[in-house]
Design a protein around this ligand. Structure first.
Ligand code: AHR
Length: 504
């Protein structure tokens, strides 16, 4: 490798080649910006220390919410934020988190720490207003009552005279928030109550019935979906819940070997290959869930909501095992790029997705430590990919070389293309091969651009990552070597890199 003038390493030695054909004439599906959504739970230092520092903190904040984190998430145009869990959602009693008297509770799932409820409904919705994002609230089915869930919706959304609207006003908020996205429980096959699919389907019907629409607002109700490859769960819910009663069906799937999660930073090529292979396997599994949905809902009235995904490794040595704090390397950036390319391609059915979890937990975008804040490689992928938000998907055909490791191989290149409202075309390319650059030839077809510019995220090592001491080791740099000649765009995608191009 030699240092290139573009700030990343240009590679010498062997090179593979790939071809891509864009079919802009067939572009019609819109990539919902909500595919680029996020998830923040009362877990470790995601909420406390991650967003919430309190009114009296010396850390610069607005109404107790740290300004640096809000600014970073506004920059990526964060489209939605799911809260308060996760497993926490099914033991959360929202009335404990409003008003001046807030009882404490034990966060039994995440470290057994005391939750003081200082961050509750008002604080979360204030955070969403500061972020300019859509809130997604997950209600408690596992240990909460129907009345409790029904009253939460009334408290947030009813503008008239009612006990809950009056209570909200007494707590300082006159106008209803008009929240749209509502999850009815979380992982109810596991931490959300260990229910059977049949039992949950019936519970969903009851709980969802009492989540009322107020005024013009229409709730977008999301049923708690399957774990990983539990196709029976999807089949049962699609059979037993009338389609008119749910707008979305969720799915959770982490890129993890549960018997040996491994280190986030200390890994060889075997674990690198394993994680990327799991990531690509998830695509096949989601396709199967969607086949089941297609069978029951050919008109695609119910969206697939992939509301928990990402990498999950061993916690960083010396940290609380219940806090799920892990570093984030170039490997995580590749997982994010691959997954987002895939979700774009399935945007006909996938209308929302939420990476787990935004700050200080699992595949985080942001780390904080007291007054310090830094961005991870995964953050930079969301920044580079924001050009796909609400853009029209351009179908494509890709011929990729293989990335070989031992006896196994994976397609080395992944791609996604879209046209935004201003007519600019964007192409995101991910090369997972850790050693071999790929020469890519893109037939632009009806895309009429003359100019191309771009950004690349790549690193010398598979495990390169940012730290508070060195926060800019993995950052995107300008990519200037792509050229268009007679309707063909040519470039070399470096090994283990993500490139996003703009053509106009
Ligand atoms: O994201 C961490 C946990 O993973 C969530 O609380 C739960 O829903 C899932 O099992």
């Amino acid at each position: 490798m030699v240092a290139g003038s573009q700030g990343f390493c240009q590679e010498t030695g062997s090179q593979a080649s790939a071809s891509l054909v864009l079919d802009a004439g067939a572009a019609e599906e819109v990539i919902s910006r909500h595919i680029y959504g996020h998830f923040s739970e009362h877990l470790g230092h995601c909420i406390y220390g991650g967003y919430w520092v309190g009114y009296d903190s010396p850390i610069p904040n607005t109404k107790g919410i740290r300004n640096d984190v809000v600014e970073a998430l506004r920059k990526i145009n964060i489209p939605n934020l799911r809260w308060p869990g996760g497993c926490f959602a099914d033991e959360y009693h929202w009335m404990d988190g409003i008003g001046n008297e807030r009882p404490k509770m034990v966060n039994t799932h995440w470290g057994g720490v005391t939750e003081d409820n200082s961050f509750g409904t008002h604080e979360f919705l204030e955070l969403c207003e500061q972020l300019g994002t859509e809130p997604v609230i997950c209600g408690n089915v596992g240990s909460g009552t129907i009345q409790e869930m029904s009253q939460w919706v009334e408290y947030i959304n009813f503008d008239g005279i009612s006990p809950m609207a009056e209570l909200r006003r007494a707590n300082g908020r006159d106008k209803a928030w008009g929240l749209k996205y509502w999850g009815v429980g979380n992982e109810n096959w596991g931490c959300g109550g260990n229910m059977t699919a049949e039992f949950y389907a019936d519970q969903y019907r009851r709980y969802a019935t009492f989540c009322r629409n107020y005024g013009e607002n229409r709730l977008y109700k999301i049923a708690g979906g399957a774990n990983s490859e539990d196709y029976n769960w999807t089949e049962t819910l699609m059979t037993k819940i009338p389609l008119r009663m749910m707008n979305g069906l969720s799915l959770h799937y982490y890129t993890t070997d549960w018997s040996n999660k491994g280190s986030a930073t200390d890994f060889g090529e075997d674990r690198y290959f394993d994680v990327l292979s799991r990531c690509l396997h998830i695509e096949k599994a989601i396709d199967r869930h969607m086949e089941i949905m297609d069978k029951h809902d050919p008109e695609k009235r119910v969206a697939l909501v992939f509301d928990e995904w990402g990498t999950w490794y061993d916690v960083e040595p010396g940290t609380n095992p219940g806090f799920l704090f892990q570093q984030n390397t170039m490997r995580d950036a590749l997982v994010a790029g691959l997954t987002l390319n895939y979700l774009n391609a399935r945007c006909e059915r996938v209308k929302m997705a939420n990476i787990a979890q935004t700050v200080n937990v699992l595949q985080a975008l942001i780390f904080t430590d007291e007054e310090k804040m830094m961005l991870t490689p995964t953050y930079h992928i969301y920044d580079m990919y924001k050009v796909h938000h609400d853009a029209t998907l351009i179908p494509l055909t890709l011929e990729s070389p293989e990335y070989q490791f031992g006896d196994e191989s994976l397609p080395a290149l992944s791609a996604s293309a879209s046209r935004d409202k201003e007519g600019k075309t964007h192409i995101s390319l991910v090369n997972i091969d850790p050693d071999t650059p790929i020469e890519v030839s893109i037939a632009l077809g009806e895309v009429e651009g003359k100019k191309v510019r771009g950004q690349v995220l790549t690193t010398p090592e598979m495990n390169s990552h940012n730290t508070f001491e060195d926060p800019s080791r993995v950052v995107p740099v300008e990519f200037t070597s792509a050229k268009i000649k007679k309707g063909v765009l040519e470039l070399v995608v470096p090994s283990k890199s993500v490139v996003v191009l703009e053509i106009d």
